[in-house]
Structure formats: C-alpha cells, structure tokens
Design a protein around this ligand. Structure first.
Ligand SMILES: Nc1ncnc2c1ncn2[C@@H]1O[C@H](COP(=O)(O)OP(=O)(O)O)[C@@H](O)[C@H]1O
Ligand SMILES: [Mg+2]
Length: 355
C-alpha cells in the first residue's frame, strides 16, 4: 500500500508563493521523482508530505486518507535527507534500530529487523562499527537502513546522493533502484539531476517555480515534452531550438536555413522547432533522407564512445551527437541530416506549449 494523492497544495511564506497549487498522483509501489532546479519548491513539497511543514491550503492523501492533520510521527512515512545525521556514538546496528527503540519495540524484534535491513543493504559486516569508521556511501546506506527498518508506507528521499562523488552516486543509484524492486514501497525522491530522475523514476514530475510543469513516465516526458521548458531541462546535451515561420505549408527557419513541408498549422505563425542532438546526424556523401543542412564545425568533444559536435548553421548553433568513429574536424563544413520524424514543435509564446 501507499498510494499518494497531492491535491492543490499551496504554500506561502508571507508574500512569497513557494507552491502554487500542486497536483500529483502516484499509484502504490510507484517511484516518483520530483525534478527541478534549485528553489522551485521540491523540498517544501516533501516537508509537507512528511508533516514537517504545513500547507497554506490543499490536501495530501495516503491510501485514500487525508494526512495533513496527522502528526508526522503517525504518518507512517520515513525520510532520508541529503545530510544524514547518524549518531556518532552509536554502532551501525543501533543507528539503524533507533526508530524502533523510540517506539519501544522489543529487543529481539529490533535485532531481527536490523539483520533483515542490513542484508538488504549488504552492510551485515559493518553492524558493529561506528559512523566515523564508514565511507560516505556506507554512511548513506545506514541512513537508508534507518528509514527502511520501520517498513513505512512511503519513503521520502531529498537529494540523498548529492554529497557523494560521481562514481559512488551511480553505485548508490543502482542500489536504490534494486532496493525499490525488492521491497516495492512507494517512493518520492527529490533531485535536480536529470540522469538520476530518468533512471530511477516510474513517474517523473518536472517542477518549475512552484508548479508542476509535467507529470509522466520518463519516456513520455522525453519523447513528448509538454513545454519548451521541459524539453530544455530533460536531455543532455539539451534540445536545439530553431525559431521559424510556417507559410504555404512549409516551415522556414528564421535564423538558419532549415526548410521542410509542414502541414496542419496556422499560416504565418511563429513557431519553435525543437530537435534533439541525437536526431541530427552527419550525412555521408550525398545520401540524404531527411532535412539537409550545411554546417560548420565549431567544437568537437569526445566523451568516450560518442562525440559532441557543436556546429554553426547560418546564424544558429546546432548541437549533435555522433559515434566517435565519425571523422569531423574543427572548421570543416559538413552536411547534417535531420530525421523528419524526430521533430518537436512549440508555440513561440512565453509558455512555449507543445503544438
Ligand atoms: N521557511 C521558509 N521561509 C521562507 N522561505 C522559504 C522557507 N523555506 C523555503 N523557502 C523558499 O521557498 C523556495 C523553495 O525552496 P525549496 O523547497 O527548498 O526549493 P528546492 O528544494 O526545490 O531547492 C525558495 O525560494 C526558498 O527560499
Ligand atoms: Mg531542496
């Protein structure tokens, strides 16, 4: 169990509107990631779910019951923070058992629960150590263990990996995913890291400025971003945007000579064409299938099996990715090909809504 329903949550601090009517729903057992830039209200929303902050208005329901007036201790929710304070004088085992000790759970049951959690997290051999004798990743596991031991209905994670180095971060990411697969508890996980968001989420919520910009599965969000903001936030390197006009059934780029048939839209309207870097390829010889462009290579960055190529097409910069084996040189003029099925269109207003 652990179905979560967030309805029209607003949070104001004086004149500052931090959350402006957030609606989110998550099935029991789901892994929801709240993604958004710093300051958009992610932690505030998490605190409201946990009961550490009160909403100005709106409702939070867990398994169909409103919990906004339930004491945090009685919500059956456990939280893991970015800075996880372990008790330095207590062993790993006692750190994990702490929430049970607070609830006067019998000693034998505590030990059993700790052993179970330690096995899940693969830290059985560390139970007698003190926190100071652990690495960062091990400490994070203990913090997760302490949340896990209560078998809550809902787990909240607030940027739990942001203090770890890149390698440990990806290791712990796999670990959390594996853990979710094994225990199946509903999770709400906050991050500003889109890779973490894409890989962990069953449901992804992109937040911006106190509002939900889009909720969907990672692939729904990647394949059909609802706004330019979502398109820009998810995907690395980010989507290219080309402003242009539609007339006589053709799209014509304003700042670069992209042109192709485009039916079904208002004539003479300004629109924005979005093309992901991986939808652009370096055309070989004169074999072309899609939209062709002459481009000058600005920058080449090898990232391993791939290279990131920044080019200039007319007055516009276009980024693309290509296999490392494609031979391109700085200053060279190359032919680019855009697959016509991989295009996104947005209206050119401030909201930049998908067309
Ligand atoms: N107790 C508070 N009093 C006043 N403003 C706050 C308080 N807590 C958070 N805020 C403001 O609310 C906004 C969202 O904060 P937060 O939820 O922590 O963002 P995020 O976790 O997405 O980085 C920020 O502008 C922050 O300064
Ligand atoms: Mg935060």
């Amino acid at each position: 169990m652990g179905a979560l329903e967030i309805r029209q949550i607003k949070k104001e601090y004086g004149p500052l509107q931090v959350l402006k009517g957030v609606d989110i729903s998550l099935d029991a057992g789901g892994f929801l990631v709240l993604l958004g830039s710093s300051g958009c209200g992610k932690s505030t929303l998490l605190s409201i779910i946990a009961g550490l902050a009160e909403p100005t208005s709106g409702d939070v329901q867990l398994d169909g019951r409103s919990i906004v007036s339930v004491h945090p201790k009685d919500r059956d929710i456990a939280m893991v923070f970015q800075s996880y304070a372990l008790y330095p004088n207590l062993s790993v085992a006692r750190n994990i058992a702490f929430p049970l000790e607070m609830r006067n759970v019998a000693r034998a049951d505590q030990e059993k629960a700790v052993a179970e959690v330690a096995k899940l997290l693969r830290i059985e051999s560390l139970l007698d150590r003190k926190p100071a004798q652990l690495s960062g990743g091990q400490r994070q596991r203990v913090a997760i263990g302490r949340a896990l031991v209560r078998k809550p209905k809902l787990f909240l994670f607030d940027e739990p990996l942001s203090n770890l180095d890149a390698r440990l971060r990806s290791e712990m990411r796999h670990e959390i995913k594996r853990l979710h697969g094994m225990i199946g508890t509903t999770i709400v996980y906050v991050t500003h890291d889109q890779v973490e968001a894409m890989t962990l989420a069953t449901q992804l919520v992109l937040m911006h400025n106190g509002q939900v910009e889009q909720q969907g599965t990672p692939s729904e969000i990647y394949d059909r971003p609802r706004t330019m903001l979502v398109a820009d936030f998810v995907g690395s390197p980010p989507m290219n945007f080309i402003t242009g006009k539609v007339s006589s059934g053709r799209f014509r780029g304003a700042t670069c000579p992209v042109e192709f048939d485009y039916a079904g839209h208002r004539e003479s309207s300004d629109i924005v064409l979005g093309v992901r870097p991986e939808a652009i390829s370096v055309a070989v010889d004169s074999q072309t299938s899609g939209i062709d462009l002459n481009a000058v290579v600005n920058l080449v960055e090898l990232t391993g099996p791939e290279q990131l190529i920044s080019t200039r097409v007319g007055g516009q910069e276009l980024m693309l990715t290509a296999p490392a084996s494609v031979d391109v040189k700085l200053g060279q003029t190359i032919k680019l090909s855009i697959a016509p099925q991989n295009l996104h269109f947005f209206d050119s207003s401030a909201e930049g809504v998908r067309l």
